[in-house]
Design a protein around this ligand. Structure first.
Ligand SMILES: Nc1ncnc2c1ncn2[C@@H]1O[C@H](COP(=O)(O)OP(=O)(O)O)[C@@H](O)[C@H]1O
Ligand SMILES: [Mg+2]
Length: 246
């Protein structure tokens, strides 16, 4: 469904050129959960901005369902790395945003958002404003907004990065649950090897900047995954293998 063919990206800084992505070729199948893992600053968020069309690659091609989408926005649902909720919109207003943008009448969009909130653990928070929620709850609202958007591919950029360890674990299980029931196509950027191994079907490991793909790992664990998955010998081996690469 998504194919990147020899994608490279350089930023121009005044007269200097900063090469960020060197030569990225990858693909994501419909319904697949793919994680991208790589050191901080290697270009992971840049890669998502390219897929989302917010930036145009210096060279190479991005295909979505056979269409070239270099520099075209609106084809994916994107949860950016930093909180992207609108402080002047309520929880339901934020969650309904993607539906409204796609042309659904506001009342209908709000109705759908309200039906979903209890499943997100947000019952009773319909009219609350984002700044009154915990970090984990805010992330669930961002995630619901992405889930309700009509685009098939969801790109999640370190969605749990700012959370404390316990909330993070809870959110990972929750995401896994939602995903196992709804099977969207997901790309997840993370710098946690465990998170990638626990959640994804496949992992691409990126090098330091300028990023290349240094390894592709197909994750052998059955679903549904449980905390016991993380204790499997193969899980620990894979974690060590990937750790040694980074
Ligand atoms: N708009 C920009 N202009 C110039 N340099 C940028 C810009 N955005 C990011 N960078 C640089 O590109 C590199 C990769 O950034 P980023 O994609 O955010 O990395 P990651 O998400 O892997 O941490 C970093 O060195 C960053 O400073
Ligand atoms: Mg980033």
């Amino acid at each position: 469904m998504l194919v990147l063919e020899h994608v490279a990206m350089h930023y121009q800084r005044g007269r200097d050129i900063l090469p960020v992505l060197e030569d990225i070729s990858l693909q994501v199948e419909k319904g697949e959960f793919v994680a991208l893992i790589g050191p901080s600053g290697c270009g992971k968020s840049t890669l998502f901005k390219l897929i989302g069309g917010l930036l145009t690659p210096t060279s190479g091609t991005i295909w979505l369902e056979g269409q070239k989408i270099n520099g075209h926005t609106g084809h994916i649902s994107y949860v950016p790395q930093h909180n992207s909720l609108f402080p002047w919109r309520t929880v339901e207003g934020n969650a309904a945003l993607a539906l409204e943008v796609s042309g659904m009448p506001r009342q209908q969009a709000l109705q759908i958002a309200r039906e979903w909130l209890p499943r997100m653990g947000l019952a009773g928070y319909e009219k609350a404003y984002p700044q009154t929620l915990s970090g984990g709850m805010q992330q669930r609202v961002s995630f619901l907004r992405a889930l309700l958007s009509p685009q098939e591919l969801m790109c999640l950029d370190e969605p749990f990065g700012a959370l404390d360890a316990l909330t993070r674990l809870e959110m990972q299980r929750w995401l896994l649950d939602v995903w196992e029931q709804h099977r969207r196509t997901v790309m997840l950027v993370t710098h946690s090897i465990e998170e990638a191994l626990f959640l994804a079907d496949r992992i691409y490991v990126l090098s330091q900047r300028p990023a290349r793909i240094i390894k592709e790992v197909t994750i052998p664990f059955n679903r549904p995954r449980t905390p016991a998955t993380m204790a499997l010998p193969r899980f620990i081996e894979l974690r060590q293998e990937i750790h040694a690469l980074l």
